[in-house]
Design a protein around this ligand. Structure first.
Ligand code: PEP
Ligand code: MG
Length: 759
């Protein structure tokens, strides 16, 4: 149905560019009514009290809008919401659920088709079409409305959230946004919006006080962009044809006052800052062009975007340089990166909120290592609208509250005070060994990457490093660090922990870790070129790293080398050949070296089934449960939409973990785990019982794990493991752990009790 598909696309485009929720809904009802050639189209949305309120209609009485509402299961609309599926009736009045509202004037309409608007499993509202004569909406029409509603759900949720924020104005009103718990803890502070330079969609809204100065600044930036375009045109003059040259002239005229420049000036006069006004105008024009049916005009959207970015770069240049961070900065962005964290002075960074990503994205792992409360995957947060607002980040539940009420603030401040007490209590454990009540010793190591981790780790009593993520210093640079630069970085790590062991993982890029200077573009990055696959294809990069590591370990001899993403024995053999080669070369060059232990990460299912062979050829195994969970369950660790399915207590994951330790030990290899799971106190008990030799975790959780292990016997842990391994799903595993370890566990995790109103 090409025409239907076109209408669908153009309606979604139009709704997307609506200024607010009201106009979005009006566009929906008018356009759907026209496309479906029916007499009425109405949209009902769920309000704060769980009622479905008529928000827009084309066909019913306008004065019923905002007045007629139905509860769940009430009338046909409430019935659609309750059943979460379409209801298609030729004669609505004959249905037992039919209810008549005088205000709407709907008595004239016989046929009814209602479909639920569902976003993230929640019924946001109901879309209804009605017809005077009895008309059976056919299957195709019903399917069309369902498609429309599924596509619009996200747009409506977003518009609703933006509306809540916009309506606040002077009397800011509390609003909350749900995400995924990224790093535990509570942070209260002010938002700093972080976005990549010249990102048109990431410009934070700010008002401006000195309008004349802002206008002058805007003109200066336009001038610079104009010069750039002219220069570019000149440079390319010889190589361009007439049509292409005309494009440069078109660019220049778009910057004029009569065109884009003028529209922006108008918005600045209304008190909006130049960068935001510019991005708004550009995005509107871009959308208009993209929705045109003429292919040539559609292509022009790309030109507008390019021009938009050029000017925006100038508009942002000065504000980037003069950026000052508030005392308790909460960084908020579409996709936060490790290098963004580096921009904020450590003592001013209070919390993080990322629209993209999930609990095992690398930025969340870093946040946990640094002890910074974090919410990931806040997909409906209109983040550009909350610049400088006061917010609460609840990293336990993955919730963000903007403009919190005094009540809520007080509540969270109390939780922070309690947390401080808890941390103090745990500090006392620092110098005590991690051993069970029946004297079974379990070494607790840490995962590191930043120099900041080192101090925290030592303060918390880490006995070694089970995973040093060498890619982190790589991520913070603008080119590959040289061999000597690497040697210095690694030496610092090894010295800081000596004589304890430091496990250095070879470069693990790809997936969600991409180096700006070595971009990897792939359809399926987590199934693509990552970890050892990249470094074996680039022996020059691998060898430089290994040489740097070996040199750094001279005289300390506390290093182990670990290989990420190994899928086959061949990869291990190739990597070992390169390591031996580097080792022998360095010894020939006169370095006094000992060959370090070489280990393999078990993080893909293939490696689980070959743990025996891999262990026979190496000194140790270390399970990367973050990746292993995603690959076993086929759940992208970075995708908030499937965050609920990312369940490391899934019996399949637990069985794999158990098998690896048995197979590794059968070959005499030591077996550890360095995924985030090791830092979960309940999981740590199970892993200990399975026989893991080392648990390596983020420094923040180490004292909590120690506390739980010191409070249990190995015998009891083994009984619990037996019970857990007999369960059939993650929920029963969780229940079993709660029963076995007691509710004190929640308390230990710092998970605060919240009053009912906040849930
Ligand atoms: C893992 O996958 O569990 C792991 C430790 O490595 P990373 O999180 O860096 O992928
Ligand atoms: Mg991994």
């Amino acid at each position: 149905m090409p025409t239907m598909l076109n209408s669908l696309r153009s309606i979604v485009q139009e709704v997307n560019s609506a200024r607010d929720l009201g106009s979005a809904l009006n566009i929906i009802v008018q356009r759907v009514k026209a496309v479906m050639e029916t007499h009425v189209c109405s949209a009902y949305l769920r309000d704060g009290k769980g009622q479905y309120l008529l928000m827009a209609t084309d066909g019913l009485n306008q004065n019923a809008v905002g007045h007629v509402s139905l509860g769940l299961g009430e009338g046909l609309v409430g019935y659609v919401a309750q059943r979460e599926e379409p209801i298609n009736l030729e004669l609505a009045t004959a249905h037992p659920k039919y209810q008549y509202f005088e205000a709407t004037g709907e008595e004239r309409y016989s046929s009814f088709l209602g479909v639920p608007i569902i976003h993230q499993r929640q019924v946001l509202g109901v879309l209804v079409i009605q017809q005077v004569d009895s008309r059976r909406f056919d299957e195709g029409e019903e399917a069309f409305l369902v498609t429309m509603s599924a596509q619009l759900a996200g747009v409506i949720a977003h518009a609703e959230a933006t509306g809540v924020l916009k309506a606040m104005g002077q009397n800011a009103q509390e609003a909350r946004f749900k995400g995924v718990a990224g790093s535990p803890g509570i942070a209260i502070g002010h938002v700093v919006v972080m976005s990549p330079a010249a990102d048109l969609r990431g410009v934070p809204f700010r008002s401006c006080d000195d309008i004349d100065a802002e206008l002058a600044f805007f003109q200066r930036c336009l001038g610079s962009a104009r010069d750039d375009v002219k220069n570019l045109g000149k440079q390319l003059e010889q190589r361009l044809n007439t049509q292409e040259r005309a494009l440069f002239d078109a660019y220049l005229s778009m910057l004029d006052d009569a065109s884009l420049g003028g529209e922006v000036t108008e918005r600045i006069r209304q008190g909006v800052n130049a960068a935001y006004a510019w991005s708004e105008v550009i995005l509107e024009h871009e959308r208009n062009f993209s929705s045109m049916s003429d292919a040539y005009l559609r292509e022009r959207a790309a030109d507008i975007r390019d021009l938009g970015r050029r000017v925006l770069a100038y508009l942002q240049e000065s504000s980037q340089q003069s950026r000052v961070f508030p005392q308790n900065a909460i960084l908020v962005g579409e996709e936060l990166t490790a290098s963004m964290l580096g921009e904020v002075p450590k003592e001013q960074l209070a919390g993080l909120v990322s629209v993209q990503g999930s609990s095992n994205s690398h930025v969340a792992i870093l946040a946990r290592a640094m002890g910074v409360p974090t919410v990931m995957g806040a997909v409906d947060l209109p983040y550009t609208q909350i610049s400088e607002r006061r917010v609460i980040v609840d990293g336990y539940r993955g919730m963000l509250y903007t403009d919190p009420s005094a009540n809520l603030l007080k509540h969270y401040e109390d939780i922070c005070a309690e947390e401080r007490e808890l941390v103090k209590g745990l500090e006392a454990l620092r110098d005590l060994p991690c051993e069970t009540l029946d004297q079974h010793r379990v070494p607790l190591w840490v995962n590191t990457g930043l120099m900041a981790d080192v101090v925290r780790s030592l303060e918390r009593g880490a006995e070694g490093v089970g995973l040093y993520r060498t890619e982190i210093p790589f991520l913070l640079r603008e080119r590959f660090p040289s061999e000597e630069e690497q040697r210095l970085i690694y030496r610092e790590q090894l010295e800081a922990f000596a004589p304890h062991t430091v496990t250095m993982r070879t470069l693990d890029v790809g997936g969600d870790k991409s180096l700006s200077y070595f971009p990897i573009e792939e359809e399926n990055p987590f199934l693509g070129w990552r970890g050892i696959r990249v470094t074996l294809d680039h022996p020059e990069i691998f060898l430089a790293q290994i040489r740097a590591m070996l040199k750094a370990s001279e005289g300390l001899n506390n290093m182990r080398i670990m290989l990420p993403m190994v899928t086959s024995v061949g990869e291990l053999e190739s990597a070992k050949t390169l390591i031996y080669r580097a080792f022998h070369e360095l010894v020939e060059e006169g370095y006094q070296l000992e060959l370090p232990p070489i280990g393999v990460m078990i993080e893909v299912p293939a490696a689980v089934y070959q743990a025996r062979e891999l262990a026979a050829r190496s000194d140790f195994l270390s399970v990367g449960s973050n990746d292993l969970t995603q690959y076993l369950l086929a759940v992208d660790r970075n995708n908030p939409r499937v965050a609920d399915l990312y369940e490391p207590f899934h019996p399949a994951v637990l069985r794999a973990l158990h098998q690896v330790v048995r197979d590794g030990h059968s070959q005499g290899a030591s077996v550890g785990i360095c995924g985030e799971l090791a830092g979960d106190p309940a999981a740590a008990v199970l892993l200990m019982a399975m026989g893991y030799d080392v648990l390596s975790m983020n420094a923040t959780n180490l004292p909590k794990v120690k506390k739980v292990i010191r409070g249990i016997t190995l015998e009891k842990a083994e009984q619990l493991l037996d019970e857990v391994m007999a369960q059939e799903d993650a929920e029963s595993v969780n229940r079993c752990l709660e029963r076995g370890l007691g509710s004190g566990l929640t308390r230990l995790l710092g998970m605060p009790e919240l009053p009912e109103v906040i849930h």
